[in-house]
Write a new protein. Structure first.
Length: 161
């Protein structure tokens, strides 16, 4: 159990912080997906790293155990909207950080045309104008599951005159 006042980090920082090619790639992704800071990018990279590690661990298993574990992982990633139903462990290893960032609520609100820019999409979400089903979602980093795309709606109140 940990101290509730000191939560565990949800991300891992890069091993070598000053590689210019990685810095330029990170900066491009920050602008493209409207991320607030690099911690949001590192969180997505950490999620991807854990998924890929699970897929690599499948190659060690054999027989029925591997089939069960692989189908369980593929089902989970299918619900998350990252792979197709008939994906394999090789398809999971081909995932990249853009696939994770494409499933963020901020990106989907922009792609659905509810906002004119990725930054306006973030503003709509943080101001509480975006709903999934009947639930207000105020986190731009919310991971939209498969099937929730059609349930997203934006309710902007009329301006008071």
């Amino acid at each position: 159990m940990g101290d509730p006042k000191r939560p565990r980090k949800q991300y891992e920082t890069p091993g070598h912080p000053w590689k210019s090619d990685r810095l330029s790639m990170e900066l491009q992704l920050l602008g493209e997906y409207g991320l607030r800071n690099k911690r949001e990018l590192w969180r997505a990279e950490t999620i991807l790293r854990k998924i890929r590690a699970q897929a690599r661990s499948l190659f060690v298993l054999t027989g029925e155990k591997r089939v069960q574990e692989e189908s369980r992982l593929i089902q989970r990633l299918y619900k998350m909207g990252l792979v197709d139903e008939n994906a394999t462990a090789d398809d999971i290893l081909k995932l990249n950080v853009r696939d994770i960032l494409e499933r963020r609520l901020q990106t989907i609100v922009f792609k659905l045309g509810y906002a004119k820019s990725i930054h306006q999409a973030r503003q709509l979400i943080t101001h509480g104008h975006v709903y999934i089903k009947d639930n207000k979602v105020k986190s731009p980093s919310y991971h939209v599951m498969r099937g929730e795309e059609s349930l997203i709606r934006v309710a902007i109140p009329l301006e008071a005159k």
